[in-house]
Design a protein around this ligand. Sequence first.
Ligand SMILES: Cc1ncc(COP(=O)(O)O)c(C=O)c1O
Length: 477
Amino acid sequence: MDDRRTQFLLSEKELPQAWYNLAADLPFPVEPPLHPGTLQPIGPADLAPLFPMALIEQEVSTRRFVDIPGEVLDVYRMWRPTPLVRARRLEAAIGTPARIYYKYEGTSPPGSHKPNTAVAQAYYNKKEGIRRLATETGAGQWGSALSMACAAFGLECSVYMVRVSYEQKPYRRSLMQVYGADVVPSPSPRTAVGRAILEQNPDSPGSLGIAISEAVEDAAGHADTHYSLGSVLNHVLLHQTVIGLEARRQMELAGDYPDYVIGCCGGGSNFGGLSFPFLADRLEKKGQTAGGKRPAVIAVEPSACPTLTRGTYAYDFGDTVGVTPLVKMFTLGHKFVPAGIHAGGLRYHGDAPLVSALYKHGLIGAAAHPQVAVFEAARLFTRAEGILPAPESAHAIKQAVDIAVRCREENREAVILFGLSGHGHFDLAAYDALLNGTLADYEHPEEELRRALAELPQVPVAWPAAGEVAAGREGGG
Ligand SMILES: Cc1ncc(COP(=O)(O)O)c(C=O)c1O
């Protein structure tokens, strides 16, 4: 084989035909979501006003593989399979004996991994006769992905965009509008939640939690409208496994297997999507083993929003107001307001229940990095590899660079795979801050974290415990 090979590409014919469902292989039970009013486990009927039945079924499915519908594959074909790249120039810049690979999701039309689930969600809603989808967006990656997916299937799309981003980051908004979406600054007078907040504070900058509350209220109040979420839920992570399924085949083409699999983690969807097909190897189920391979899997988060590394494993709401079901997750508390770092997609108080349970059981590790170091790693990457990463993705780069540096110091070979979840072409204001020296780090004091956690909802019933395990190491046990 040509030992200078840099790109490992699959043909359109090699697009995965089914998503991988990690729930089939979990060696422990995951606690059920609870109704926000009764605090009892929710059933399909509770979710029906918000989601189509096909997605509700996927949410609770334990089938190992779920077929990808032909109509979804037809849209995926516009940019999938995505490239796996050997970062030879980054390796040289670091001077490491480690071999570094990245799976690049920035080649999708809106520029991130988010359309992998947006397209699937739009398809199932259209099939069920839904006319419009409502959702929230922070900086706009998710909103633009869902707007594109709705355009592909002829659905209307309403995006509640956090007001401060709506005003300060107008270009993602423009992209959504070109796709045909109706973009509303949140809090808005359209919903009771928005009106109540505006009454108290007409200048409210909004937050992701408030925007979720508004989108859920909109969907619940209109029979022809459903809600769509871009992360956290099981079905979202399921759709994202197309990333890891491709990456596994591409690593075979490269003749390598990762010792480390790294992803940035906001709600956990690109991290889960890349890592779950490799975690299947760790779980050592029949037919899923790769010769006893046990990759260390690391979720990377900002020090300013350290859900896994400093949060608590508890039932909590998904939104600020408390209208969504409660899920068991690592959380900083639904009232927690993370500092205004540039990686807007990582500013979420919780993590996906699946990612949280894996961490609790020691099957994955986690790390947190401050933003100045993250952007420095992004600059190193851009100079070496040419791609300007999204600030979120840069967290994975930072972790990969740290491990590669350690390999250099220890004169140790290792294979590192990280997810490059999106490009940063709409995030140049953040890079400007790096260049002009105004980028700052922030760590929330312990007292502030304690205060937010004190507002966790009290759940009186003890649902089956996940079991006590060690957590907190890099790479899992
Ligand atoms: C490029 C990019 N990467 C990562 C994330 C984090 O989301 P998740 O953890 O669901 O992958 C976001 C969220 O907006 C994003 O835009």
